[in-house]
Design a protein around this ligand. Structure first.
Ligand code: PLP
Length: 378
C-alpha cells in the first residue's frame, strides 16, 4: 500500500458522539452529516459506525452520496440537505431519501414521481430564518405545509432551519442567532395552528449544539464536532470553561513515510521555481505526498511535519505528489521512517487551517480520494 494514508480512529468517533449526547436533553435525536464523504473520513464506514454508536439518522448533500449509502446497506433515514434538480426526483424516490424542499415546483414533481412508484416520500420543509441559502420565509411556512398536506404521495416528516453565525461568540451574532430561533419557532407555531404536524423540528448544527440548549428542538445535526473539531480555538477555549468535561478528539490523522534521504551542498535549490536554496550542507527527505493528496500548496513555506516526535520544515514548493523536508537538525532519521502531517495530538488540522486562513472543514473535505482510508479501533 501507498505510504500516504489517512488513519481514522473509531474510538475517537465513539467518544465524540458520547460527548455530544451528554449535552442533549432526553429524547433529542441526532442526525450525523456524512456529506462530502463524511467530511473526508469515508461515508460508508462513518455512517455504519455512527449508527452503531447511537445516532438516529445520517444526511448527505448529493443524491449520488445517498445512493452510495443505500447500495452499501444503510437503511436508516437519509436526509438530503441540498436542493435537488427536477430530474433527480425520480432517483430520490427510488432511494427513499428525505429531501429538504420548500417550493411548489419540486413538491409537485416529487409527489408525481412517488405516485408513479406507488410509494410515499418523506420530506423536510426548509425554512430560511437568516442563512439566505435555501428555504421559504417563516411567514410562508404554514402555506407551504398546507400545500404539502394536500399531496397524497409526499409526507411532511420534519421542518428545518440553518444558522449563519451560531459558531460565533460575539454579542451581535448571538442575538442574530437567537432571532433565527424565534423565527423558526414562529413558523412551527403557524404550521401547528393550521392543524398540521410539523414532524421532527431541527435547527442546530455544531455551533448551536454547543452553545444554545434551546436550539435542540427534536433533533440536532452537528457534523464538525462528530469529527472531533471545535469551530476554532476561541470556541474551544470557551467550551473548556463552560463544560470542562466536554472533550473532543480529532478522528483523522494524515501520515506518510520518507521515500528518500540525500545530503545536498550549500546553494542547492529545491523544488519547482527554485524558491528555496540551502544556505549550508543540508539533509533533505522526500515525502510522497503533495497537493493532489490534499496537502495544500500554500502551506509551504511555513508548515512543519512530525518525524519521530520532532518537527521539521517543508522546504521549497509542495508539488502535486511529493514534497521535501529539511531534516538536517536530526541525525537519527532513517529512510522509510513515518511522518505525521497532522493527527489528533500534537499538530492538528487546526494548525494547518490557521496557517492558511481557512477552516478545518475545508481541509478535511480536501483529502483526496486517492489517499487510502485506514480504520482502526484505537
Ligand atoms: C453541513 C450541515 C450541517 C452540519 O454542519 P456542522 O457545522 O458541520 O455541524 C448541518 N445542517 C446542514 C443543513 C448542513 O448543510
Amino acid at each position: 500500500m501507498r505510504a500516504t494514508k489517512l488513519i481514522i480512529n473509531d474510538k475517537n468517533l465513539k467518544n465524540n458522539i458520547t460527548a455530544i449526547k451528554s449535552l442533549l436533553k432526553p429524547g433529542v435525536k441526532i442526525c450525523t452529516p456524512v456529506k462530502a464523504n463524511a467530511y473526508g473520513h469515508g461515508a460508508i464506514h462513518i455512517a455504519k459506525k455512527a449508527l452503531e454508536y447511537g445516532v438516529d439518522m445520517v444526511s448527505v448533500a448529493a443524491v449520488s452520496e445517498g445512493k452510495e449509502l443505500r447500495e452499501n446497506g444503510i437503511t436508516c433515514t437519509i436526509l438530503l440537505f441540498s436542493l435537488p434538480l427536477p430530474e433527480e426526483c425520480k432517483e430520490i424516490v427510488k432511494l427513499n431519501l428525505t429531501p429538504f424542499i420548500f417550493d411548489p415546483e419540486i413538491i409537485d414533481i416529487l409527489d408525481l414521481e412517488s405516485e408513479k412508484a406507488h410509494t410515499i416520500t418523506n420530506i423536510f420543509l426548509a425554512i430560511d430564518t437568516g442563512m439566505g441559502r435555501i428555504g421559504c420565509t417563516p411567514e410562508k411556512a404554514a402555506e407551504i405545509a398546507q400545500y404539502i398536506e394536500k399531496k397524497k404521495n409526499i409526507k411532511l416528516s420534519g421542518c428545518s432551519t440553518h444558522c449563519a453565525v451560531s459558531d460565533s461568540l460575539k454579542d451581535d451574532d448571538i442575538s442574530y442567532t437567537r432571532d433565527q430561533f424565534k423565527k423558526f419557532e414562529f413558523a412551527i407555531a403557524e404550521i401547528k395552528k393550521a392543524g398540521i404536524n410539523p414532524g421532527i423540528c431541527t435547527a442546530a448544527s455544531t455551533g448551536s449544539t454547543l452553545q444554545y440548549p434551546e436550539a435542540q428542538f427534536d433533533m440536532v445535526r452537528p457534523g464538525l464536532i462528530v469529527y472531533g473539531y471545535f469551530p476554532d480555538d476561541e470556541f474551544a477555549n470557551y467550551m473548556n470553561k463552560k463544560h470542562p468535561d466536554f472533550k473532543l478528539t480529532p478522528i483523522m490523522s494524515l501520515v506518510t513515510q520518507i521515500t528518500s534521504i540525500k545530503t545536498v551542498s550549500k546553494g542547492t535549490s529545491i523544488s519547482y521555481g527554485c524558491t528555496w536554496h540551502s544556505d549550508k550542507e543540508t539533509k533533505i527527505a522526500t515525502l510522497p505526498i503533495g497537493y493532489a493528496d490534499g496537502l495544500v500548496r500554500k502551506l509551504s513555506p511555513g508548515l512543519k511535519v512530525q518525524i519521530n516526535g520532532k518537527y521539521f520544515p517543508i522546504v521549497g514548493r509542495i508539488c502535486m505528489d511529493q514534497c521535501m523536508v529539511d531534516i538536517s537538525s536530526d541525525n537519527d532519521i532513517k529512510r522509510f521512517d513515518k511522518v505525521v502531517i497532522f493527527s489528533s495530538n500534537g499538530q492538528t488540522l487546526q494548525t494547518l487551517a490557521d496557517k492558511l486562513g481557512t477552516i478545518t472543514y475545508e481541509l478535511m473535505c480536501g483529502i483526496a480520494p486517492r489517499v487510502p482510508r485506514i480504520y482502526t479501533a484505537d
